[in-house]
Design a protein around this ligand. Structure first.
Ligand SMILES: [Fe+2]
Ligand SMILES: [Fe+2]
Length: 187
């Protein structure tokens, strides 16, 4: 773990590293509430933004062609995918939950595991985030992870539409999936 923290500190600018520490704090808080694997959650949270400042060329070098052959892909979506591959190579991490937590932290996906949900949400609601409705999502996250994911996904999709950028299909699929999961639970 120390090796990971040192590397993240070395690669990321101070401001981004501080964000990462807040994501780790929030992830741990959620992991304790939901009895998740603390070590896996910590590794995934520490590494989630490892590729944030890689150049486009560096990211494309790491990426599988299948992951980027989407004409609607935006640069912002790539750092999670590239980061997961980097983490696997650099730290010999093979655990799919840790890697998927990194890979899908920006765009989400249908069928996320609990660890992925925690890292995804923690990134969106860490204490430094300050957008309208964030406090409501935070409070919901302590009570119901799935409902918090739905609220965050609704917010994210509306926001991306408002600012006029593309949606990643995963985000739409995640939202539809979690809506269905919640409806099933409420039956
Ligand atoms: Fe990120
Ligand atoms: Fe992040």
């Amino acid at each position: 773990m120390d090796e990971i923290i040192e590397k993240v500190k070395e690669i990321l600018p101070k401001k981004r590293f501080d964000h990462v520490v807040r994501v780790v704090d929030m992830s741990l808080k959620l992991a304790k509430i939901y009895n998740s694997d603390i070590e896996k959650v910590m590794k995934s949270a520490y590494l989630h933004d490892i590729a944030k400042f890689f150049t486009l060329e560096e990211m494309l070098d790491l990426l599988d062609k299948n992951e980027i052959e989407n004409e609607y892909i935006a640069r912002e979506f790539l750092h999670g995918f590239a980061g997961a591959i980097y983490a696997k190579k650099e730290f010999q991490i093979d655990d799919e939950d840790i890697l998927n937590g990194i890979r899908y932290h920006t765009v989400g996906r249908r069928g996320m595991s609990q660890i992925e949900k925690i890292v995804y949400l923690a990134d969106a609601i860490e204490e430094g985030r300050d957008y309208e409705g964030v406090q409501e999502i935070r409070e919901l996250a302590y009570k119901n992870l799935d409902k918090a994911i739905l609220m965050e996904a609704n917010h994210k999709i509306k926001y991306l539409i408002d600012i006029g950028v593309v949606l990643h299909l995963n985000t739409v699929e995640m939202r539809n999936w979690i809506l269905k999961v919640i409806k099933e639970e409420e039956k």
